[in-house]
Write a protein that binds this ligand. Structure first.
Ligand code: GDR
Length: 336
């Protein structure tokens, strides 16, 4: 039997790299959409997937170009397509609202349309986000909670979610959306708060920095491990019917708690190093996000397994090792 063929957009990102590993282990033939510049600068831009370079076929295309996405889909004819690519940094969406909306909404629309024309039997995953809940209308949030996005990023994700549902209902595409709450790992981009904290702790522990400036320390998030969240994406596409699922841990912590835990793993007190800088506050903040993933647990058999403390420890350990901190700190961080 021939291998199942998967196409991933955003394959060079945190989630894309974990999904690539997961699908290779399941013996998929994996294809990825990347920007042309990524192929020209592989050491830097393909760093998360370099070790799998021989096992994956990369295709240059842009979310801004329908023609380029159409050609990739027509060439690959995937059985499953995971649409993870987007402008995903919420803060940046306040600085450049127009490109966030254009890239995220059009990119999703182009891909769905290209699939409809070339591979209508393909099963599609759209990366929705807890940012769609924004100014939350109930706690915890489920698939039935109303959306109230607070940034153009959130608005673009609501539009992508609606487009995905519309392609399902209007054209019969097997298209599902995951409403993923924050998910982190040692592969998280440095601009996101958890990695800012873990890398900051590592530099402070290594003596290369003495202060860490953050934004709103009171924002609360539901933080899980990205490696587990990509399994949920795959499970959604194995269901007989397409549907939408909240993926979350069901536990909420503040940025302050994350910082306290991260510094404490390195034997430090965050209050000696962290300052809240008003410049880093967002014009409209999402203060609390807490997901109820009961539907995913019941229908997909999925649940989050990594505890908050373990997630923080893993991230701090990885950054401390990379920063070359001393053995005394590493001994605190290494599991027995
Ligand atoms: P978020 O992630 O916006 O929730 O979206 P991020 O880590 O950027 O922010 C989380 C919360 O921390 C507060 N914060 C800071 N944030 C950043 N980036 N830097 C700081 O210094 C800082 N200090 C405090 C923020 O105000 C916010 O409240 C992530 C992204 O991955 C999205 O793409 C994804 O859809 C959602 O998670 C689920």
């Amino acid at each position: 039997m021939s291998k199942r063929r998967a196409l991933i957009t955003g394959i060079t990102g945190q989630d894309g790299s974990y999904l690539l590993e997961f699908l290779l282990a399941k013996d998929y033939e994996v294809h990825g959409v990347v920007r042309r510049v990524a192929l020209e600068d592989p050491e830097h831009r393909l760093s998360r997937i370099m070790r799998y370079r021989e096992q994956v076929q990369l295709h240059p295309a842009s979310l801004e170009s329908y023609a380029s996405l159409y050609q990739v889909v027509a060439k690959v004819l995937p059985d499953e397509c995971y649409h993870l690519a987007s402008q995903s940094f919420v803060s940046y969406s306040f600085d450049d609202e127009f490109s966030t909306l254009n890239t995220n909404i059009n990119g999703t629309h182009y891909l769905l349309s290209a699939l409809k024309h070339n591979a209508p039997a393909c099963r599609v995953y759209f990366a929705g986000s807890s940012e769609m809940f924004g100014k939350v209308e109930e706690i915890p949030q489920t698939e039935r909670t109303r959306f109230h996005p607070r940034s153009t990023y959130g608005i673009s994700k609501v539009a992508g979610f609606d487009l995905t549902r519309n392609y399902r209902e209007a054209y019969g595409l097997h298209a599902s959306s995951g409403i993923l709450f924050n998910h982190e790992s040692p592969r998280r981009g440095f601009e996101f708060v958890t990695r800012r904290i873990s890398s900051g702790v590592a530099r402070i522990a290594a003596g290369a920095q003495s202060e860490l400036r953050l934004g709103n320390l009171d924002a609360q998030r539901d933080w899980g491990h990205a490696r587990e969240y990509v399994e949920a994406m795959w499970l959604m596409l194995q269901q007989p019917e397409p549907d939408d699922y909240v993926i979350a841990t069901g536990e909420m912590h503040s940025v302050r708690e994350f910082a306290a835990a991260a510094f404490s793993w390195a034997g430090l007190d965050y209050r000696d190093y962290v300052t809240a800088d008003a410049v880093l506050f967002r014009p409209a903040e999402v203060n609390t996000l807490l997901g109820d993933a009961s539907k995913a647990r019941e229908r997909l058999g999925w649940r989050s397994r990594t505890s908050f403390q373990e997630l923080v420890r893993e991230m701090v350990e990885a950054d401390c090792r990379a920063a070359g901190v001393g053995d005394a700190v590493l001994a605190r961080l290494s599991p027995e």
